[in-house]
Ligand binder design. Structure first.
Ligand code: ZN
Ligand code: ZN
Length: 367
């Protein structure tokens, strides 16, 4: 009787991960398509793995030394029953991408071969073709970052052909069946391997998967439907963006024939402002006021991003005090943050003789 644990070189107490990892290593080493591979041993480890990787079968095997589960799992003992009828061949790749196990000679093994051999067979599934992503940088004035902005940028990139609007056909030309793929849009390739015939499909490079080609091609793009050209991109920057933020414009990256275009990423650089800074959704500015106004009160014209506003300074205001002007901050959704005005009392560095005399009087007043 075969010892599946010995075949995989793991302990009876091995975890699922350990079993999988041991099989992966062995399967890669022994794979018959590889140099130095060993078909007989490969069958053995596959059989061991198909049992030990299945909780139910493993429990049966541990208890009875064989498995009873349906689905064609190999029975242990009684000699080699593996692929007994007709041997190998007929490896069914339709189960491969569906996540089912491979079948050998009609026997279905319940493990995901793609999981183990993903790198050998290139993943088994056709990659989604897509144009390249591109990124650009734009600079915004502080004000634009608060209220939003628009930019028109000229980019030289592979774009949809503007002469034929991406059809690849000359104006008035009709479409004919692609002779390269006979209108199927894909080219099937068969490769003989240990598992039997492995068929893969890739999009036809002539018609780019469409199955049809124009009878007379567009001269501007030579029928490719895309070409390198200058394209004007209209960028709408929303309000309330921050320095370093990225705007993603789906489909505005590079185009590729027969594929989804890539995305355009716009990185925003916000210039700092001499008067305003940002704290979350609030704007912060400072208001220099005279010492006498701080004591007696006064009227000030305050700059906001929405225009100047008259502002009353109450008598006795303190240096550094913050006055909140509601709704003049950063727009967010339908609301807006506030403008925080920080009072900056200007203490005179030098006093005229007259001013000095007056302040001496204030001192005598006890101020
Ligand atoms: Zn064209
Ligand atoms: Zn074709």
């Amino acid at each position: 009787m075969k010892n599946y644990y010995d075949i995989l070189g793991v302990a009876k107490t091995a975890t699922e991960e350990e079993i999988k990892s041991a099989f992966r290593k062995l399967a890669h080493k022994l794979h018959p398509d590889k140099k130095g591979g060993d078909e007989k041993k490969f069958k053995e480890v596959s059989e061991a793995y198909s049992v030990l990787s299945d909780k139910k079968k493993r429990a049966e095997y541990d208890t009875y030394g064989k498995t009873f589960a349906g689905g064609g799992g190999p029975s242990a003992g009684g000699g080699s029953s593996f692929g007994g009828q007709g041997g190998f061949g007929g490896f069914d790749f339709s189960n491969f991408s569906a996540g089912g196990g491979p079948s050998f000679g009609g026997q279905q093994f319940e493990f995901d071969l793609g999981d183990i051999f993903g790198d050998v067979f290139g993943g088994g599934q056709a990659r989604t073709r897509r144009g390249r992503d591109i990124s650009i940088d734009i600079e915004l004035a502080f004000r634009e970052s608060i209220f939003g902005a628009e930019r028109r940028v000229l980019l030289t990139k592979t774009s949809q052909c503007d002469t034929c609007a991406g059809s690849g056909a000359k104006k008035g030309s009709k479409l004919i069946t692609c002779s390269n793929c006979n209108g199927k849009g894909e080219i099937r390739e068969s490769r003989n391997s240990f598992f039997g015939t492995f068929t893969s499909a890739r999009p036809c490079s002539r018609c780019h998967g469409k199955g049809q080609i124009p009878e007379t091609v567009c001269e501007a793009c030579r029928g490719e439907s895309v070409r390198k050209r200058e394209e004007e991109i209209h960028i709408v920057v929303p309000s309330g963006v921050e320095d370093g933020e990225m705007i993603r414009m789906p489909g505005r990256g590079e185009a590729a024939p027969g594929a989804t275009p890539g995305d355009l990423y716009v990185k925003l650089h916000v210039k700092s402002d001499a008067k305003f800074s940002r704290e979350g959704n609030n704007l912060v500015t400072s208001l220099p006021i005279k010492l006498s106004d701080a004591l007696l009160g006064g009227e000030y014209r305050v700059q906001t991003l929405d225009g100047d506003e008259m502002f009353t300074v109450e008598p006795g205001i303190a240096h550094g005090e913050v006055i909140r002007v509601r709704g003049k901050g950063v727009p967010h959704g339908r609301a807006r943050g506030d403008l925080l005005v920080r009072v900056d009392i200007e203490f005179p560095k030098k006093l005229s003789r007259h001013a000095r005399e007056l302040i001496e009087k204030l001192r005598q007043e006890g101020l």
